[in-house]
Design a protein around this ligand. Structure first.
Ligand SMILES: NC(=O)c1ccc[n+]([C@@H]2O[C@H](COP(=O)([O-])OP(=O)(O)OC[C@H]3O[C@@H](n4cnc5c(N)ncnc54)[C@H](OP(=O)(O)O)[C@@H]3O)[C@@H](O)[C@H]2O)c1
Length: 257
């Protein structure tokens, strides 16, 4: 994205929807003329007239869905789905607070949380109150300033799609066993994330779809990280019950003879 002398990616845009112009040899499941959509991630380039995309990063647009609707739901929809369903496990009856409910992620989060049967409170500006109500929010709050803790209610799941919520303030909004999801988190908040605080990026493999590693280098890294996850035989340096390490033996009280 960022280059030293000029932007490395000169054409912006990370989501696309359109009609297949040409399918490569490894993309035989797509035919010219088919309506498809997808995301290019950090490669960007989707604001161009034509986009070249890997077949495994392309999905067919379902019948009855327009290209505009398909491309509109991709970024915010997959992000909201990942954090609500896969990370926070939102379930029917949960109370969910969506901060930044009118944005790309927030507006999808409101609709998905309602779809999962949650009771949704949306935080948005006065100008967007009607919009988030139309999306299904049960309650809408437009707090003065950034002090969301002033809301005074506690929620099972809190999703921050703005970045003005810290771990401390977010925790004050949580009910018992609640989960705080920070889509935008400072380094300090990332360090302080615990069981009840989730921060970080949605994976490249969003919404449960696993993508194979791309290049030989990525395949090597993938293999290495899998090897690191395998249980290793006990290292000789690790003390066992029967053979206490020399270090531990040194610290034992001398035996009187
Ligand atoms: N962690 C991840 O993997 C991940 C993935 C996607 C996005 N993100 C991040 O999530 C954030 C939201 O993304 P988005 O695409 O939904 O952005 P967006 O479409 O710009 O929406 C952000 C919303 O936040 C509200 N907002 C903006 N400034 C505000 C302020 N100062 N105080 C309170 N509310 C404010 C606005 O709503 P109102 O005007 O109605 O209040 C706006 O609709 C971005 O920072 C993005 O980088 C993270």
């Amino acid at each position: 994205m960022f280059g030293f002398t000029r932007p490395r990616r000169r054409i912006l845009g990370s989501t696309f929807a359109g009609v297949v112009e040409e399918a490569g040899a490894k993309a035989e499941r797509f035919a010219p003329g088919e309506a498809v959509c997808g995301m290019t991630g950090t490669k960007l380039g989707t604001h161009a007239q034509f986009v070249v995309a890997r077949a495994d990063r392309v999905a067919r647009v379902p019948e009855g869905v327009t290209l505009e609707d398909a491309v509109g739901v991709l970024f915010g929809g997959t992000t909201a789905l990942h954090f609500l369903r896969d990370t926070a496990s939102v379930a029917a009856g949960d109370t969910v607070l969506v901060n930044g409910a009118s944005g790309a992620v927030g507006s999808n989060a409101v609709q998905l949380a309602k779809h999962f049967g949650a009771i949704v409170t949306a935080v948005t500006s006065d100008a967007n109150t009607d919009l988030v109500t139309a999306l299904g929010a049960d309650h809408v709050v437009a707090p003065d300033g950034d002090d969301l803790a002033a809301i005074g209610t506690r929620y099972d799941k809190v999703l921050d799609c703005v970045g003005n919520l810290t771990v401390d303030v977010g925790r004050r909004l949580l009910a018992e066993d609640g989960v705080l999801v920070l889509l935008v988190a400072s380094l300090w908040d990332n360090i302080r994330r615990r069981k009840d605080v989730v921060a970080g990026s949605a994976p490249r493999t969003r919404a449960g779809h696993r993508l194979p590693p791309r290049s030989p280098r990525q395949r090597r890294t993938h293999r290495r990280s899998r090897q690191q996850l395998r249980p290793r035989p006990h290292s000789r340096r690790l003390p066992t019950r029967r053979q206490p390490s020399q270090a531990r033996q040194r610290h034992r009280a001398p035996v009187a003879r």
